[in-house]
Design a protein around this ligand. Structure first.
Ligand SMILES: [Ca+2]
Ligand SMILES: [Ca+2]
Length: 313
């Protein structure tokens, strides 16, 4: 049917009715595709805001009437786009690290050296692995976090103590000699008498400390001298064995043989200082040449040592 309209000289309101024209139906294809989108994981794995936005968008899309015409197409397209946008915006919840953090905070009760190498190594490896677990994992990767925590907890529970050692044990090739009569140790060379070198003479699986004659802790590079006290500690830190160092020629305990030692040796040789005054360890050390006497030979030897003319070793 063909209609011809002519509108001329309209001065008032006129209604024109057009019959026989029907708009096209709207297209729902994109909306149907959007509504059919399905998240890869259960809703509970997604953050509440993002999964809520997605479900709300789907519901809104489902609620759109199905008999709309083409004039409603932009609204339908917008609903489909909103669903797709919310789908793409889904964010998985982060993994929970509480149990791993608790496991990582575990600290063996005793120093590592008191545990069997295998058990402390397993623990150390588990801790390292736990520290290396990515902190960016999401809830679907939770088992990675949980397994790392469990490995640490198991290794911690599996720590095994070595048998306790109650006495110093010297290396078989050590030149040191422990005298149990007075709990002294001799044989430390004036050439190799740093704390580190002295400690290396022992094979104990235990903490060993060395203090000077005044009880002040030595650090690794300090020199061990006459009167230095070497202590073997049990796992609880209690002293279970202790020896005092005697280095022949070092009467003042500084780990060197020189003129100051000669002065003390001279005072002992002359009787100005007695065994009672200086104590048995210094008294023994004053016998620089180890002939069993403290006399001018020792004084002379120490004076020469101070001038680097002789080497007392
Ligand atoms: Ca000295
Ligand atoms: Ca002597």
């Amino acid at each position: 049917m063909r209609n011809v309209y002519a509108i001329n000289n309209i001065t008032g309101v006129n209604n024109v009715t057009v019959t026989g024209v029907v708009p096209n139906s709207a297209v729902y294809t994109d909306l149907d595709v959007a509504i059919a989108l399905s998240p890869a994981w259960a809703d509970s794995n997604y953050t509440t805001p993002t999964i809520t936005a997605f479900r709300n968008a789907v519901t809104a899309g489902q609620n759109i009437a199905r008999n709309l015409d083409t004039f409603s197409q932009p609204m339908i397209n917008a609903a489909a786009a909103a669903i797709v946008s919310a789908f793409n915006g889904l964010v998985l919840k982060p993994a929970v690290y509480t149990a791993l953090d608790t496991a990582l905070a575990l600290t063996p009760v005793y120093s590592d050296i008191y545990y069997t190498p295998t058990s402390i190594d397993v623990f150390g490896s588990a801790v390292l692995a736990g520290q290396n677990v990515s902190r960016a994992l999401n809830i679907t990767q939770q088992s990675t976090v949980d397994n790392a925590a469990a490995a640490i907890n198991n290794a911690f529970a599996g720590l095994v103590l070595r048998p306790a050692q109650m006495q110093f044990i010297l290396k078989s090739e050590s030149e040191l000699d422990i005298n149990r009569t007075n709990n002294s140790v001799t044989g430390i060379s004036l050439r190799t008498n740093t704390v580190a070198e002295a400690l290396s003479e022992f094979t104990n699986f235990a903490v060993i400390t060395i203090t000077d004659m005044n009880g002040v802790s030595h650090s690794t590079n300090d020199l061990v001298g006459t009167g230095s006290v070497i202590s073997l500690l049990d796992k609880d830190g209690a002293v279970v064995d202790q020896v005092t160092v005697v280095i022949y020629g070092d009467t003042d305990g500084d780990g060197l043989a020189d003129g100051r030692d000669a002065t003390i040796a001279g005072m002992i040789a002359s009787g100005m200082l007695t065994l009672l005054d200086v104590g048995e360890y210094v008294y023994a050390a004053a016998d620089a040449n180890r002939d069993g006497q403290i006399d001018n030979e020792d004084v002379a030897l120490l004076e020469q040592a101070g001038l680097f003319l002789v080497d007392i070793g």
